[in-house]
Ligand binder design. Structure first.
Ligand SMILES: *[C@@H]1O[C@H](CO)[C@@H](O)[C@H](O)[C@H]1NC(C)=O
Ligand SMILES: *[C@@H]1O[C@H](CO)[C@@H](O)[C@H](O)[C@H]1NC(C)=O
Ligand SMILES: *[C@@H]1O[C@H](CO)[C@@H](O)[C@H](O)[C@H]1NC(C)=O
Ligand SMILES: *[C@@H]1O[C@H](CO)[C@@H](O)[C@H](O)[C@H]1NC(C)=O
Ligand SMILES: *[C@@H]1O[C@H](CO)[C@@H](O)[C@H](O)[C@H]1NC(C)=O
Ligand SMILES: *[C@@H]1O[C@H](CO)[C@@H](O)[C@H](O)[C@H]1NC(C)=O
Ligand SMILES: *[C@@H]1O[C@H](CO)[C@@H](O)[C@H](O)[C@H]1NC(C)=O
Ligand SMILES: *[C@@H]1O[C@H](CO)[C@@H](O)[C@H](O)[C@H]1NC(C)=O
Ligand SMILES: *[C@@H]1O[C@H](CO)[C@@H](O)[C@H](O)[C@H]1NC(C)=O
Ligand SMILES: *[C@@H]1O[C@H](CO)[C@@H](O)[C@H](O)[C@H]1NC(C)=O
Ligand SMILES: *[C@@H]1O[C@H](CO)[C@@H](O)[C@H](O)[C@H]1NC(C)=O
Ligand SMILES: CC(=O)N[C@H]1CO[C@H](CO)[C@@H](O)[C@@H]1O
Length: 838
């Protein structure tokens, strides 16, 4: 009998299978030997070591290795478990089929399969070609498996994981692969009832993943099977379970959430000064200024062209920038110019470069500076070298964060300059992506420290570079890292963040930033964003307006542009963009405390920030597919409907079943039976944002006047309270210095929960101090200046703290059902129990 896996066009003989023998069941592990039954072949691994470990209640690990010899395994990524739980207590069950080998994992609470190697499916374990299918007996949507530009969920097809510098075309799931910068072999599966599970193949080799509506086939060209099953059962819990394994996201400095301006082609100091002056002139906030490779001498890393940037003037410029509470972030590319200058000479002396069969000392690539070599991050001297370079460079450029690029790694030659692809590349038994794998990167025969081959670690280059950059901040500067990288790998978010890469100034690319954002939330990199107004090609005023409205809702909000495109700063077109950009930036600044508190929670215990709405409403099937990417939520409280098409001045907004208030006015919206409402969305207006009943948002009062997030940090706060059907609402606020490395581990933060409960004649607003680890002099501490209640059916008559009246300016809108009360000298971090009388 022949089994055909149509999508991979594989034909496998049922007579080629493995039997499981010597199966041993222990409290928290199962082990067995898998013995190959079939035509002997030199490439087949005939004896496999299967180990199944119930690592946590919600996470199962399945390891399948070569019983007789070591293979490449991804080092130092996951957080090991101290003590596994018993199978009896775990939230999943495991059963093994012995002949042919099969393995089924189900969720105990509903008996549903969440991983299943069917005995009849092709299971092939060869030296350079491992195939494993998980086929479930129901349909589910698949989200994840990055990086690519694609829909959310993935359509059936084959998706390649091999990090690549590709201005990615839309990935339709057909060969050739449209894989891009990162490799993230993790997915979230969701059935139509909202049951979620997850899967993660811990493997750094190139692979193809074929997905259908009910099964997933991994085909990797090396490494081992080290597979993790996450039981869910909600999307958010899958993400947390995954992040518990690969690390919770690094906490961003507060300023990282602010507004960033960048472009390739500012070219000299005067241009940079002009940009900052324009922001001051137009009174538009600016937190961070960036420079691209054009500030280097001849595009060489760790240089600043002295002809265009007088060092003294530049230092003085950065001093002024810093004094005004702004920050500066430069770019650094992956490859080091092969030229006589300290970064090259130091690295050569330390034997730091990736070698090749042609040039054991240094594989010869070609990037922006011309001939270039690549740092071998597996060399134990690499991090120290990188820190040295960063430290030297910081003497001429006092940067606050780091932008690492071209780290797939990119190469303008295919493989190695001047040489044909290595025999390794030419003789691959299977080529993920079905296209020459060396395209625009270094040859897979590249050699690393300790005999590691580029073949196995290609996908980790950007991740390793990002870690080396982040540890400069944590270890050398003792400050919180802010590192934005183009390439990433599982666990990246624990150290660094990402932007979505070199986009096009087109409406459809703006729209694809939403699934792009979602996927990286799932992968554990919540600080993310696409270039506002678009990178490649010329933007238009309309697109730029729409992209500001959307982009200022990203966690990482940066306007960045290519050197060959027309200008796209806020003043580049006219009054419409000028006011739209300013309003959009200020809208984000009003939410800085909210975003920061969400980021804090993600760093504290995992989870998402900029999320698909089905994460909050998992059993709303319309959100899973039809409305999966035309709206999103920021935390649990805000629902956003962006305009994503040219010419549109309305948006058909789908509202999941709940109570929703217009974020700006507080008016409750009445949702029709089909749950779709056409909202007005004028070009010169604000993005449609609705606040969900049941939540409290600590709005930054200073947003209308602040020019930096630093000015907002300790400005007064308005508690915006949106009541739900039970007259209740709750929310959080975190305070810290926004900069320290060990804020969470040292407990140097204050976390407050606000709870509102309404009765018929009064309401209670309770301040619950969850943690008081961070205090400032009272003079520097903000006040809760105001309480705003959305969905308030009657005016406020007074507000009391114990028996002291604290209100002083009460207002009520009968039309909007919004009550506003100013309050005096109420600190955000005292255990008050305010009484609000109606
Ligand atoms: C299975 O266990 C038996 C008894 O311990 C042992 O003799 C045999 O070699 C084992 N088989 C394999 C394939 O390891
Ligand atoms: C099988 O692999 C596990 C870890 O994956 C290891 O602890 C065990 O010793 C291996 N068993 C054999 C027989 O090599
Ligand atoms: C395990 O499942 C039980 C029953 O469904 C549930 O109450 C419990 O919260 C689950 N445990 C975890 C850690 O998710
Ligand atoms: C995978 O799913 C497809 C479509 O449902 C099905 O035809 C095929 O048999 C499945 N393959 C395996 C190996 O289960
Ligand atoms: C799917 O598999 C589960 C677990 O084995 C089983 O309980 C269920 O009956 C199966 N459903 C179908 C439709 O085969
Ligand atoms: C690290 O660099 C030192 C020189 O600074 C050299 O002696 C040593 O061999 C290098 N280590 C490796 C692993 O290359
Ligand atoms: C942009 O940079 C590239 C690479 O240096 C250069 O070839 C091109 O001329 C530049 N374009 C403009 C408009 O400066
Ligand atoms: C939803 O219903 C409203 C009227 O209640 C109608 O105008 C609108 O076209 C409907 N939208 C959809 C998508 O069905
Ligand atoms: C907490 O943060 C403040 C402000 O940065 C700092 O002065 C203090 O030393 C920190 N305390 C601890 C325990 O880290
Ligand atoms: C902040 O709130 C306090 C106390 O309510 C008030 O006295 C002060 O004027 C407010 N500050 C600003 C800038 O509005
Ligand atoms: C807050 O005060 C009200 C009225 O005095 C009281 O009913 C309620 O229990 C108090 N709540 C807390 C948490 O102290
Ligand atoms: C090269 C490229 O296309 N990069 C990004 C632009 O498009 C989408 C949406 O913004 C991103 O997901 C891509 O990574």
């Amino acid at each position: 009998m022949w089994l055909i896996i149509s999508l991979l066009s594989l034909v496998a003989s049922q007579s080629n299978y493995y039997n499981a023998v010597n199966i041993t069941f222990k409290t928290s592990s199962i082990s067995a030997i898998l013995q190959y039954q079939g035509t002997p072949s030199s490439s087949i691994i005939s004896s496999l070591n299967l180990t199944i470990i119930s690592e946590t209640y919600t996470r199962l690990r399945v390891r399948i290795t070569d019983l007789n010899s070591l293979r490449w395994e991804v080092p130092d990524i996951i957080i090991p478990v101290q003590s596994p739980v018993s199978f009896a207590s775990a939230n999943y069950s495991v059963s093994i089929h012995n002949s042919p080998f099969g393995l089924e994992v189900t969720r105990k609470s509903n008996g549903q399969q969440i991983f299943n190697i069917d005995p009849s499916s092709l299971f092939q374990y060869q030296n350079q070609d491992i195939i494993m299918t998980s086929s479930l007996n129901y349909s589910f949507n698949i989200y994840g498996f990055g990086e690519r530009v694609t829909n959310f969920p993935l359509n059936p097809g084959i998706y390649t994981l091999f990090s690549r510098d590709a201005a990615g075309p839309y990935d339709n799931g057909q060969a050739p692969g449209k894989n891009m910068y990162s490799s993230q072999p993790m997915y979230l599966g969701l059935d139509s009832l909202g049951n979620a599970h997850g899967g993660f193949l811990l493997n750094s080799d190139a692979m193809d993943i074929s997905v259908t509506s009910s099964n997933i086939t991994y085909r990797t060209i090396g490494g081992i099977i080290d597979y993790f099953v996450f039981v869910g059962p909600t999307p958010e819990s899958v993400v947390k379970q995954y992040q518990t394994l690969v690390g919770f996201p690094v906490l961003t400095p507060y300023w990282g959430l602010g507004y960033h301006q960048s472009r390739w082609g500012y070219n000299n100091l005067l241009a940079l000064e002009n940009i900052v002056n324009k922001y001051l002139q137009y009174k538009i906030p600016l937190d961070v200024l960036w420079t691209d490779i054009d500030c280097m001498t001849n595009y060489e890393d760790f240089t600043l062209d002295p002809a265009r940037y007088n060092y003294n003037d530049f230092a003085a410029f950065l001093d002024r920038l810093h004094a005004a509470g702004r920050r500066f972030v430069p770019i650094m590319d992956a490859a080091i110019a092969n030229t006589n200058y300290p970064p090259y000479n130091d690295g050569t002396m330390k034997n730091l470069w990736i070698g090749s069969p042609n040039h054991p000392g240094a594989l010869q690539g070609d990037v922006w500076p011309g001939p270039a070599v690549y740092i071998d991050w597996f060399n134990p001297n690499a991090t120290e070298y990188w820190h040295d370079q960063m430290g030297q460079f910081r003497k001429i450029m006092k940067f606050d964060g780091f932008w690492v690029d071209m780290n797939e790694p990119s190469n303008f030659c295919d493989g190695e300059c001047g040489y044909p692809p290595s025999p390794l590349v030419q003789n691959l038994p299977y080529t993920p992506g079905q296209t020459m794998i060396d395209t625009k990167t270094i040859d897979l025969a590249g050699t690393h420290y300790g005999g590691i081959l580029e073949y196995d670690v290609h996908n980790m280059y950007g991740f390793k570079m990002a870690i080396a950059s982040a540890t400069f901040f944590t270890q050398v500067l003792n400050t919180r890292p802010f590192v934005i990288s183009r390439s990433s790998f599982p666990s990246h978010g624990r150290h660094a963040s990402k932007w979505l890469g070199d986009n096009f100034s087109q409406f459809e690319w703006m729209a694809y930033s939403i699934p792009g954002m979602f996927n990286f939330q799932i992968f554990g990199i919540p600080l993310n964003g696409a270039d506002i107004c678009g990178f490649n090609w010329d933007t238009t005023e309309e697109l730029c307006c729409r992209w500001y409205q959307l982009g200022m809702m990203y966690t990482f909000s940066r306007n960045h542009n290519s050197n060959s495109s027309i200008s796209q700063e806020p003043w580049a077109f006219g009054p419409t963009l000028l006011s739209v950009s300013n309003n959009a930036i200020r809208a984000k600044y009003s939410l800085m405390n909210y975003y920061y508190t969400l980021m804090f929670h993600a760093s504290y215990s995992g989870g998402t920030v900029f999320k698909p709405s089905f994460f909050e409403f998992p059993n709303d099937y319309r959100l899973q597919r039809i409305h999966s990417q035309d709206n999103f939520m920021v935390g649990g409280a805000l629902l956003v409907h962006p305009v994503l098409t040219q010419g549109a001045i309305t948006v058909d907004a789908y509202f999941p079943a709940d109570i929703w208030y217009n974020w700006y006015s507080g008016k409750q919206i009445i949702v029709p039976f089909n749950r779709t409402l056409t909202l007005s969305a004028p070009l010169d207006g604000m993005i449609n944002v609705h606040m969900r009943g049941g939540h409290i948002i600590p709005r930054n009062d200073g947003f209308e006047t602040a020019l930096t997030s630093q000015q907002l940090r300790y400005s007064n706060i308005t508690l915006v309270i949106a009541v739900n059907g039970q007259g209740k609402a709750g929310g959080f606020l975190v305070f810290d210095d926004g900069l320290s490395v060990d804020t969470i581990s040292s407990g140097n933060y204050t976390l407050i929960e606000y709870n509102f409960i309404e009765g018929s004649t009064s309401a209670q607003l309770n301040f619950n101090i969850i943690k008081k680890g961070y205090t400032k002099a009272r003079g520097e501490w903000p006040f809760i200046s105001q309480i705003v209640i959305y969905g308030c059916l009657q005016p406020i008559t007074s507000i009391y703290n114990q028996n002291q009246r604290v209100d002083y300016n009460l207002q009520y809108s009968t039309n909007l059902k919004v009550a506003v009360g100013k309050i005096d000298h109420i600190f955000p971090d005292e255990a008050y129990n305010l009484t609000i009388n109606f």
